[in-house]
Write a protein that binds this ligand. Structure first.
Ligand SMILES: Cc1cc2nc3c(=O)[nH]c(=O)nc-3n(C[C@H](O)[C@H](O)[C@H](O)COP(=O)(O)O)c2cc1C
Length: 215
């Protein structure tokens, strides 16, 4: 099987949030898809290990904040490579509570769903939600997964359904520059030197969390 073909499937980049007993949770997701139009329903796929999965199961509500190309990439890193089990991911991000769920304001807009069904797989729960509220903040371009990968040089987290191990092995670079890789999110920085004040543009780690790639 040529798994590379799967990379031709298109996605967007979203932050899915939920809240239960005043505990907010949220994670970066690419697996969001409208599945019917009457009523409007949406399916999302969330790993069993994600805290957001647990909170959605309790609250039966989730919100999708649709990231735009100009959204701060650190939102993707904060929500995609850390867990809300032990981190307050909302500390440094502007949000507004709608239906008691935090909505990321640096986005195109949001869709709120009530869970009407779910399907368990080995690794992920597929929640099916009926849309109960939706609104747009701006007509800026939504971020596609391709944009995240090619322009922001972002990688997939191992809990994403689209994760492929070999993706994390970076293709060999043709130029002679040295390369450093972020231990947390896999972002690769190419240059002659790694500056001491370098901060990972995706997940905000300092230069000490980078190691040199020698292959
Ligand atoms: C670009 C990107 C896309 C992702 N897509 C998904 C996804 O569709 N489903 C999923 O379960 N995890 C996905 N993840 C991984 C979760 O965001 C990650 O496991 C997160 O740390 C879970 O946080 P939580 O424990 O607070 O819920 C993705 C991560 C990134 C960076």
């Amino acid at each position: 099987m040529d798994k590379k073909v799967l990379k031709n499937l298109s996605y967007g980049v979203y932050v899915v949030t939920s809240s239960y007993n005043k505990k907010n949770a949220g994670c970066t997701l690419n697996s969001v898809m409208q599945i019917t139009s009457n009523p409007i329903t949406i399916a999302i796929s969330i790993n069993h290990d994600n805290n957001t999965n647990k909170i959605i199961s309790y609250s039966n509500l989730f919100a999708i904040s649709i990231l735009k190309e100009t959204s701060d990439p650190k939102i993707i890193g904060e929500f995609g490579f850390k867990t809300s089990k032990d981190t307050n991911k909302f500390k440094n991000v502007e949000y507004k509570l709608i239906e008691n769920i935090p909505i990321i304001l640096d986005s195109c807009g949001y869709i709120i769903c009530k869970v009407i069904d779910k399907l368990e797989t080995n690794s992920h729960t597929i929640f099916i939600g009926e849309v109960i509220k939706a609104d747009g903040f701006t007509s800026d371009k939504p971020m596609t997964y391709k944009y995240y990968q090619e322009k922001l040089k972002g990688l997939t987290s191992k809990n994403a359904p689209t994760y492929q191990k070999e993706e994390q092995i970076n293709e060999k670079s043709n130029n002679k520059k040295r390369r450093w890789k972020c231990k947390i999110c896999g972002y690769v920085y190419e240059a002659d030197e790694l500056p001491k004040d370098f901060i990972c543009p995706i997940c905000g780690q300092p230069h000490t969390e980078f190691y040199e790639v020698t292959n």
